[in-house]
Design a protein. Structure first.
Length: 216
């Protein structure tokens, strides 16, 4: 807001110099009018350049913006068995018994067009599932699977609303599924965020960082 205010003030100064230049030329003060006109042109050019730079910075900030979706705390309960506590930004918590070597969270995503994103529309999402995942494909086929639904049927579903009113929402760019997974480890804490391109997961404590660094 401060940057925008400075640009507006500079633009007003440029306009004042331009008006003054016109008046001086009409009064046949040509040299003074040219000087004021040149000053106005320099100010306006500077405002335009600054505005373009600011727009590019805002575009980058919007595209790189991430909103928190949840945090996952893991504790080992047995061989390849973990207790996972999923904490949402609202303070709500849910507990799941997960089996395997890795955890995975799936979500449905709604991505807006570049213009809608620029003016403040962030990617909309709905967390759908959390599951245990085995690193070995043979184990994935033969070992017990643990999958849980995360979406609450009582909440307003933006995905269904867009499906119903898609023709009225031309600024929707894409609708797709996104997933992220990382290794499970005793005491590991992970954050799950939503970027403009999908889910992102990162380790938050030493146990999680060590699990990721030795992950293969």
């Amino acid at each position: 807001m401060t940057f925008t205010a400075i640009l507006v003030v500079c633009a007003l100064f440029g306009l004042l110099f331009l008006i003054a230049a016109g008046r001086r030329i009409r009064r046949r003060h040509v040299l003074s009018g040219i000087a004021h006109g040149a000053t106005a042109a320099i100010i306006v050019l500077g405002v335009v350049c600054a505005a373009l730079i600011g727009l590019n910075l805002r575009t980058y900030q919007r595209l790189s913006f991430e909103q928190p979706a949840a945090e996952l705390q893991l504790s080992r309960t047995g061989e390849r068995q973990y207790n996972g506590v999923l904490a949402y930004p609202s303070g709500e918590r849910a507990t799941f018994a997960l089996r395997g070597d890795e955890w995975q969270v799936d979500a449905r995503m709604l991505k807006w067009t570049a213009f809608a994103n620029l003016v403040g529309f962030d990617a909309a999402y709905r967390l759908e599932r959390i599951s245990g995942r085995y690193a070995n494909i043979d184990d994935e086929r033969s070992q017990p699977r643990t999958v849980y639904e995360l979406a609450s049927p009582g909440r307003i579903d933006p995905w269904e609303l867009v499906h119903r009113y898609r023709s009225w929402l031309p600024w929707i760019d894409a609708m797709y599924g996104s997933a992220t997974y990382l290794p499970m480890s005793d005491g590991a804490l992970y954050e799950i965020k939503v970027s403009q391109s999908g889910l992102v997961a990162r380790p938050l404590n030493q146990a999680a960082r060590e699990a990721v660094s030795s992950w293969h």
